[in-house]
Write a protein that binds this ligand. Structure first.
Ligand code: ADP
Ligand code: MG
Length: 866
């Protein structure tokens, strides 16, 4: 097996073997882009080494020496001889990009002697800048010596000498280098003077960085397997820190926040490597490079276009300019906000780069969820006090308690408190704190700083580079002009405008944006499965329709019995002991419900809406504590003892399996009759207004054909009476059943004979199939998940092996009876992309989910069909 590929020969190898960085460096080399030469040690070597460290000496060492030798030949420079110094970088690079999670060392090959030679052919300030960086990075990566220790030593010397490093003499530089080396001694290690030794140590440290905790956390978050390993790239150095004609930067070929087609990015003059992303100096926007180094700027534009065309996707490109010449050091698919992701695929379709199908497939359902991020309520926003304004690095609106460290963020998050992490700048060590934060705020750094990139990747709201803020992490306070905020104070962060507000502002959801509408309409055109919503109040119905629901798959009628006034009537009904009482109460409830149905039907007009008749057991409507019972007795003119007795009668040992659903319909037909009367009265009223509606009425918890027949019998009688009383010919309607009991699945063929439609109630079907109630699952589900007995939550994602098989049997049997039977799924899993794929394969007619999940479900339905 080949351990090493030079950039010139790796173009045909995949990123699994060479890592994303290595594969793209090889690809760019073959496309003849200006890439400094180098070679890649494979990810397989990393895993072999992590398994058994002797692999390095026995299998790898000689191959590395050979590759270095080739690199010397290609560049005409030397890694060990005292002339034409070859310096290299050692760069980690896994198959999936993990920004800043693993390690990179620059300027390898310098030592106390070679730096003098280097200074002779360049300048003292430059040569020692490189050497200083090498010793610092090497100490950090290989020996875990904190970077700050070196920075402090540097600052101290600058103060002592009272001049910037560029004015130091060689001896003054050498004094600092000595200090750096004593820092190594304090840690009982040495900085190796032999370049080859440096290289070997650096490579092994990069291999090991695959296992560092922050990389591990990142992989867990993004579900990247631990078994992949990182490749290591050894590359000839080019120098962005070689004076005012040099620099380094990062660009995106499209705006990663909005998706707009424009070159977007930042650069720093006279800087090296990590300076831009580390957020130490705030970089300049890329278009300003045009005035400083126009040729380099033009070249960047040219290669940006070329790379985007080649990869057919938005690229995130790292470049360095050495004395006017441009070098490309990295390209990868750029991380972007959900909004940008949608805009970009839309533009790609318009530019003829990709097909509509491809566009739909490229957007993940999770992206859509992010797009439905809240925004601050516009009216309150006008009144709110702006604390400061920074860069809108990642959209969203978040409120929470200010914290200054990742640890504190984790601690408060555990207590269920929403936190906003505020820092001068974030570093990869902060990753766990960033994950639990509602928003991230930094006072330094640009749009491509660590905080910005990571936040966009996670879909977390972020404002970066808010320079008006004076963040003091030690005192745990922010000052901004005369305002001072400390840990525990509340802050509101608007990641779309970059503004920070004092206190907590209310949030609302934004209206659907147009780009999303376009993409989802394409998804709809591919989908076989329709998406409806579960909704019943006029507000929810409107949200559902705005999100593109084709109808309502489940309108529960329970809420019509709640609210103080209605509840009292319902209680009167349940407890009534005279016929007069009963008729009167039913009449009152009828008027309430009729008005509700009228509003609901009017809101959704001619879109289909499945109305489910009352489902929960009656005792859910009754009070249980003694005081409430006494009060109710007073209101209804009952004796408390009598009431308590009645309540006890209705008590059930196992309500989930008890007197509910159609069982209630059969023992108390008056309630169902009242409900359908209300429905048809409203339908007739709307018909008079010219709105023609064909209602769909659904009966819950059917387990037997005779139940269905009995309920159908008395409901159709009632409905006919309604038509007669209005003296009009019948309006067509449908009577369907929920399928939410295993028995119903097994006899679906016979139920289909008498049902106009089916709808799977997956919540009940899941609890009935497993035999555990959703309300009690909390007692054991955690240990089940810890012990990996159950890895998915079957109420979130359909259990395809069990519940899914029952659904499959039911669909097959039902369609034997009625090939065109409309079969829906209502319940939590109706909005889950993985479950939607399964429902698509079964030929389900529609899924119905909560209104906010409709856009996600539409995309998933489109993808399932492609
Ligand atoms: P990361 O994966 O964290 O982005 P990189 O391997 O890309 O780490 O290295 C970080 C930075 O170091 C790069 O952005 C680049 O600017 C700089 N760098 C790496 N290799 C070289 C090189 N051969 N010459 C000049 N700069 C380099
Ligand atoms: Mg990089």
């Amino acid at each position: 097996k080949k351990n090493i590929y030079s950039f010139a020969e790796g173009a045909r190898q995949g990123k699994e073997l060479l890592g994303g960085k290595g594969a793209n460096l090889a690809k760019m080399t073959s496309l003849q882009l200006p890439v400094p030469q180098g070679f890649t040690i494979t990810t397989a070597c990393c895993m072999a080494y992590l398994e058994d460290e002797t692999f390095f000496t026995t299998q790898l060492k000689n191959d590395i020496l050979k590759a270095v030798n080739e690199l010397e030949n290609m560049t005409g420079q030397s890694f060990t001889q005292p002339h034409d110094l070859l310096l290299v970088s050692v760069r980690s690079g896994a198959a999936f990009s993990m920004p800043g999670m693993m390690d990179t060392i620059l300027n390898l090959g310098l030592n106390d002697e070679r730096v003098k030679l280097f200074a002779q052919s360049t300048t003292i300030a430059f040569a020692y800048d490189c050497y200083r960086r090498l010793i610092q990075m090497f100490g950090d990566v290989v020996y875990s010596i904190p970077k700050e220790v070196f920075n402090q030593a540097l600052e101290k010397n600058e103060q002592r000498l009272n001049k910037p490093t560029r004015d130091w003499s060689e001896t003054e530089h050498q004094t600092l280098i000595k200090t750096y080396q004593t820092i190594y001694e304090d840690h009982h290690v040495d900085f190796p003077q032999d370049p080859v030794e440096q290289l070997f140590a650096a490579i092994q440290a990069v291999f090991k960085s695959w296992l560092n905790p922050r990389a591990h956390v990142y992989r867990e978050l993004h579900q990247i397997p631990d078994s992949l390993g990182t490749a290591v790239n050894i590359q000839a150095m080019v120098f962005g820190n070689k004076g005012m004609q040099s620099g380094t930067g990062v660009i995106f070929t499209r705006n990663p926040a909005t998706g707009k087609k424009e070159l977007f990015g930042e650069f720093l003059i006279n800087a090296q490597g990590e300076d831009v992303v580390a957020g130490i100096r705030t970089p300049l926007p890329i278009h300003e490079l045009n005035a400083i180094l126009p040729d380099a700027y033009e070249a960047i534009n040219y290669y940006a276009e070329k790379l985007e065309q080649h990869y057919q996707d938005m690229q995130d490109i790292e470049f360095t300019i050495e004395q006017g010449s441009l070098y490309i050091l990295q390209t990868r698919h750029g991380k972007r906000t959900a909004k940008a992701a949608v805009q970009i695929v839309l533009d790609f379709v318009n530019e003829g780069m990709i097909s509509k199908e491809e566009a739909v497939l490229r957007i993940s359902p999770a992206t859509i969820e992010q797009l439905l991020h809240p925004v601050f309520e516009p009216e309150t926003l006008k009144e709110a006090t702006v604390l400061a304004e920074g860069l809108p690095a990642s959209p969203g609106a978040a409120t929470g308690t200010i914290v200054f460290t990742a640890e504190k963020a984790k601690e408060l998050h555990k207590q269920g408190i929403n936190v906003i992490l505020v820092r001068q700048e974030t570093s990869p060590e902060d990753i766990e704190g960033m994950i639990v934060s509602q928003a991230i705020v930094t006072s330094r750094g640009g749009m491509t700083s660590h905080a910005a990139v990571v936040a966009r990747g996670m879909g977390t709201c972020c404002v970066a580079g808010c320079e008006e803020l004076n963040v003091n992490e030690e005192l745990k306070q922010i000052t901004c002009d005369t305002i001072k905020l400390t840990e525990g104070d509340r802050l509101s962060v608007d990641g779309s405008s970059g503004r920070l507000y004092i206190g907590e502002l209310p949030t609302v959801f934004e209206e659907n944006n147009q780009a999303l509408q376009q993409l989802l309409s394409w998804a709809d055109s591919f989908a076989h499965l329709k998406v409806r919503a579960n909704a019943e109040t006029p507000e929810e119905l409107n949200v559902a329709i705005n999100f593109g629901a084709t109808g309502i798959g489940l309108a529960r009628t329970e809420h019509m019995f709640f609210g103080e006034e209605r509840l009292l009537e319902m209680r009167r009904l349940i407890l009534s002991d005279s016929d007069d009482d009963l008729t009167q109460t039913l009449d009152t409830l009828l008027r309430f419900q009729q008005n509700d149905f009228y509003q609901m039907l009017k809101t959704i007009q001619d879109k289909p809406m499945v109305i489910r008749l009352l489902d929960p057991p009656l005792h859910e409507f009754l009070p249980h504590n003694p005081n409430d019972i006494i009060n109710l007795a007073k209101q209804l003119n009952h004796r408390p003892e009598q009431l308590t007795k009645k309540i006890n009668q209705l008590q059930e040992t196992n309500p989930m399996l008890g007197h509910r659903g159609c069982r209630l319909g059969i023992t108390e037909p008056l309630i169902y009759q009242m409900q359908v009367t209300a429905i048809f009265n409203s339908v007739i009223e709307l018909a008079k207004e010219g709105v023609i509606i064909q209602p769909e009425i659904m009966i819950p918890l059917i387990s037997d054909k005779e139940e269905l027949l009995e309920i159908k019998r008395f409901l159709s009688e009632t409905i006919q009476q309604v038509f007669d009383s209005h003296n009009i010919p019948p309006i067509p309607y449908q009577l369907g059943t929920m399928i939410e009991l295993p028995r119903a699945c097994l006899i679906a063929d016979t139920l289909a004979e008498d049902a106009d439609f089916f709808s799977f109630g997956t919540n009940d079907l899941t609890q009935m199939t497993y035999g555990f109630s959703r309300d009690d699952i909390g007692k054991f589900i955690n240990s089940y998940q810890e012990k990996k007995i159950m890895t998915i939550d079957p109420f979130q994602t359909l259990d395809q092996e069990g519940v899914g098989q029952l659904i499959k049997i039911a669909v097959t049997k039902a369609r034997q009876t009625k090939p065109n039977l409309v079969i829906g799924v209502c319940g939590e899993v109706g909005g889950d992309p993985a479950s939607i794929k399964f429902f698509h394969q079964l030929g389900i007619s529609y899924v119905s989910c909560s209104a906010y999940r409709v856009p996600t479900a539409r995309l998933a339905a489109g993808q399932a069909a492609l």
